[in-house]
Design a protein around this ligand. Structure first.
Ligand code: SF4
Length: 308
């Protein structure tokens, strides 16, 4: 028995949880490789044109896994109750994959989070473990260990980021979904570029989730999407400790286009750069915009310190 995990979308949010859960249950798994041009091209051939770049990448990873495992893990996330709902892609992706690859020999394993209707994460994982032939007690034990591993990893990430926030160098807050910013093909080149320019990237997605959600109401009381709310809240938590903010979205993302507009209108005291990733080859255009943005930030810094 081998589970295939697409290295895209919620992998970046939940990989500690998923990988530890399967490891503890003694179930083998395979994760698709880092995104590359070939995986993106595969995804593009299956996705409809209107899909966002992130979901095209996701389909490319699913296609890569076909024939290499027994089941491909595709969770369905509907809502997290009071903290909000999610983009419809996460509610629909299971059906999208099932239909897109209906002619291929593909078997999916799914779990469903719908907190409003009492489908909690723990219940979903126990059900998934039982489907894989494991006993309830063993599933519960594996889930609890996986939750602890996830918590430990998040606390370590937060602590590391706190250290970075105390550094004296220029710091830029990156507001982007984890599946965009950590993707080797579309997001990582931006992090690499900032490092090359001796700038410290601060990742909004690494902020403490509960604190971020709580603080997000300072910018918007009505935002419906949990993941966007977490990112918006991270701006409130970090903005006084960074020199500028980059909003990084994949084309054409509906939720981000609305949320970015709200951020630009309501966060007035920091320079903001809005970057849209479209998966086109080459980063020259993006680098030019990043360079100009850093010039503005350096200019402001020099101005305040009386050098100009
Ligand atoms: S939030 Fe945007 S990028 Fe993410 S899945 Fe939805 S449309 Fe795509």
């Amino acid at each position: 028995m081998k589970i295939g995990i697409p290295r895209a979308f919620l992998y970046y949010k939940y990989h500690y949880l998923w990988e530890t859960f399967f490891e503890e249950l003694g179930i083998e798994f395979i994760v698709s490789p880092e995104t590359n041009k070939d995986i993106l091209n595969r995804g593009m051939t299956y996705a409809i044109d209107e899909s966002c770049l992130s979901s095209k990448i996701y389909l490319g990873h699913v296609e890569w896994l076909i024939g290499k495992c027994d089941y491909i893990l595709i969770p369905t996330i509907s809502n997290y109750a009071s903290s909000g709902t999610v983009c419809t892609k996460f509610q629909a992706i299971y059906d999208v994959v099932k239909n897109t690859f209906r002619d291929k020999d593909i078997k999916l394993i799914n779990y469903n989070i719908d907190v409003k209707n009492s489908d909690f994460e723990v219940k979903a994982f126990l059900k998934m473990g039982r489907f894989l032939g494991k006993k309830n007690a063993s599933c519960m034990r594996s889930y609890l260990i996986a939750k602890q591993a996830e918590k430990t990893a998040r606390v370590m990430d937060e602590k590391y980021q706190e250290q970075l926030l105390d550094e004296k160098k220029i710091k830029i807050l990156l507001i982007s979904h984890s599946y965009n910013i950590y993707d080797k093909y579309i997001g990582a080149p931006i992090i690499d570029y900032l490092h090359d320019m001796d700038v410290i990237p601060i990742i909004g997605d690494l902020a403490n989730k509960k604190e971020a959600i709580y603080n997000s109401f300072e910018i918007s009381e009505t935002l419906p999407w949990t993941y966007n709310r977490e990112l918006v809240g991270s701006i409130v938590l970090y903005k006084n400790r960074v020199d500028g903010i980059i909003l990084l979205s994949s084309f054409p993302c509906g939720p981000d286009s609305l949320v970015n507009e709200i951020i630009i209108r309501r966060v007035k005291d920091k320079p903001i750069l809005n970057l849209i990733l479209d998966g086109q080859e080459g980063t020259a255009g993006i680098e030019t915009r990043l360079e100009s943005f850093l010039d503005i930030i350096n200019f402001k810094k020099d101005d305040y310190s009386g050098k100009i």
